[in-house]
Design a protein around this ligand. Sequence first.
Ligand code: KG4
Ligand code: ZN
Length: 333
Amino acid sequence: MSAPQRLLAVETSCDDTCAAVVDRDGRVLSNVISSLAAAHERYGGVVPEVASRHHVRLVNPVIEAALAEAGARLDDVDALAVTRGPGLIGALLVGVSTAKALAAARRLPLIGVDHLQGHVAANFLQPDPLEPPFLCLVASGGHTLLAGVREHDGFDVLGRTLDDAAGEALDKAARLLGLGYPGGPAIERLAREGDPDAFELPRGMGRNGGLDFSFSGVKTALLYATRDLGDAETERRRADLAAGFQAAVVGQLCGRLERALEGGDWEAVALGGGVAANGSLRERAAALCEERALRLKLVPGELCTDNAAMIGSAARFLDATAYPEYLAWDARV
Ligand code: KG4
Ligand code: ZN
């Protein structure tokens, strides 16, 4: 089947309801994101059932908005794409069922996309798409990995987290410090006023661990530091604690990135996933690549955090499933 001219993509794997229209050259014609973060703030994290219910309410209006912004109707779309996993099962099912129904109503083909491949494929979008091969650090709320990208339709996992994801660690640290959800942006804001060296927090597995990551040590260290300080001092030193925690997470991410670059022959580097929106990570990665005269691709923040344009981008390079085969599809956790 030839590549579609215009794709309508849907992404509901976590707590953002997203739809986008992308053309076959990777131009983003619309990219609508309805974040449920505000609904989750009072819980300090994502509540799967709350996320699923919001997706049910928002998915149709978000798709309509994406079509309207692209100046398109469903008749102008020649395939649909949807995130099949990994993610929250109830949340994924909303997107998968909606995409199946829309595609089936028009007898259109449907393309199932892996969420992580989506984060990688954000780098294939216009303007200035990055061509493989490149090394991609994907750091989100659910995953942290180093991806060796040699093709447009897949990647090799060179290293991954053995416990928490980087974003998950930032979210938990933010909760411990009494900051809002999502924690990454809250920590980043507060860290600007703090001294990253005021508290020495461990930066993962030191020289061990190959290309794998671990964030449980730094999380425990922060917990002990706040216990030692007590509530009032923790409150007073929050900016220093946030700065120290962010430096530890970014330090580990960049340490592993550096190690992977030393062990490979990569000429280009990309970042992906929500944590890639972090200014400190972007700066450190830029310095690292400049020292080595490597190209660094940084997509805008709204293409780092969850969105459907990246799903449409990935779908351009994957096989489409014809009607009615996809009607039997399930989501993959
Ligand atoms: O990719 P994403 O939107 O969703 C998942 O696939 O998980 O990533 C969300 C994660 C959250 O943990 C959030 O705290 C983190 O990305 N994040 C950030 C920033 N923006 C989002 N972390 C650090 N700095 C940011 N500016
Ligand atoms: Zn994601």
